[in-house]
Design a protein around this ligand. Sequence first.
Ligand code: ASP
Ligand code: MG
Length: 601
Amino acid sequence: MALIVQKYGGTSVGSVDRIQAVAQRVFQTAKAGNSVVVVVSAMGKTTDSLVKLAKEISGNPSRREMDMLLSTGEQVSIALLSMALQELGQPAVSLTGAQVGIVTEAEHTRARILHIKTDRLQQHLQKGEVVVVAGFQGISSSNYLEITTLGRGGSDTSAVALAAALQADYCEIYTDVPGILTADPRLVPDAQLMAEISCDEMLELASLGAKVLHPRAVEIARNYGVPLVVRSSWTDDPGTRVTSPVLRTRSLEDLEIAKPVDYVEFDTDQAKVALLRVPDQPGVAASLFGEIAHQDIDVDLIVQSIHEGNTNDIAFTVSQSLLKRSEAVSEAFVQRGYNPALNDSSSAPETIVDREIAKVSIAGAGMIGRPGVAAMMFATLASAGVNIQMIATSEIKVSCVVAERDCDRALKSLCQAFDIHVSPVRLKPAPNESVVRGVALDINQARLAIRHVPDRPGMAAKLFGLLARENISVDTIIQSQRCHIVDGVPTRDLACTVAQADAQHARQVLAAEAAKLGFSDVSVDEAIAKVSVVGAGMEGHPGAAAKMFKALAQHQINIQMITTSEIKISCVVDRSQGITALQAIHQAFGLAGSEKIEVPA
Ligand code: ASP
Ligand code: MG
């Protein structure tokens, strides 16, 4: 029969009754002839209470002692669950992370898994025992044996890593919600359960899904092709399947730290259309992309950066064969008087096109929360002498538009820098795939606007290198189309979003270098929200962007920035409109349903 890893979260083992209910479920699974490894979290809010205790003793407790303290929570639940199984007549044994041999880095409180020994697990399984493993913890062996933890929420990561190491048939994450929903049900009451989502989509929805499933767990599932299910501990409902592509086999050494980038991709069949100085007001992007969709033109990248005065630039790419039609639509759009009281022609809107471009991208689940990956891409392009014309990012992808003649050089240097030896396989979505899976809102970000950055190779590399050195993780990066001539030097604006907690620090770090790097200033806006739609089926289906922009326009929501990847469109809007924006796009894509999903408060 099958080898199954089951993980039960804190609420699922929050009381004696619940532990007994979990034991029943595990017992049934084992009785059906399966080998079962169970991973558990600490009971209920134990970890929170332990953190609170520590804070009462010290404002800044040592990270080693925090690990010593927090790892006790899981040790309680593994022992109790094993006893409950034994009471049912099911042979079971509890093991700590160290006893299993979950070997991690020596980074206390945020260790990543390097390797998992499976021999002891296999021995117990062969004897017909259920093995109950403490989640969230491991052991580092650099000098002495030290107990480490993986970071809050890390039991999911333990479970999926164990499933990968054991080559389990599947991994089930049991939790107190029925699965992954199309939006956060506290903000969008008519959110529905998804039957299925891919790991890539799940990662792009990080701000939606992270509470249910630790992104590091999704990363491992994706990298090792672990079949994953998220389902409720209280029912027999099937929950949500989190699917991964079938990948080449990957070494189980350095499990979590192997490579931040899996693919280098390129597309030379691209052309760029840029609309300069269109009005910065609700509805502009909606009507432009509405007309484009109406012509059945499938757009690829869309980038709109920070505005200037009361106008904005919007740039997008399409495949070469669609350029003529795209240009015609854009020209007509610009002509048709989206031209507020501007009188001199230098400030009138205009369309420019460029055929000689290529898109180069790096993609990989490992770049989430790892500062410096984008900076390394920019630095690599700079040292190859490649100028970046446009930048667009999502959680697991950074795309740059460059001159077509630079494409080969760019690819060669990127493959070298990120140690990529195989040519990328582009995974095409299945034709029946639903266009949009889910929507997410992120209100924990602030925007940095970096004005008048000289337009030459190496500038993005320097700026984002500065932030990476300070360990500041950058979320969205957008480089605008507009070019200003400052003292005879062509310049462009760059904008990015970072966690609010990092924003002022990031501004100071950048501002200190303004004079040296030759840009004019950097400012912070904290009153922003990012709304995103995600779905692998958007590729090849014209109109998703138009639908999103239209939903925002109908609510008079101005779009401040746009960035896209093949499977994601994100817009930055005013913070006060974030929830309305989220609800509007959820509705527009028909994700709302009538089924009442019960979720605990
Ligand atoms: N007990 C740990 C926490 O509360 C790990 C987990 O539950 O995933 O963060
Ligand atoms: Mg959790």
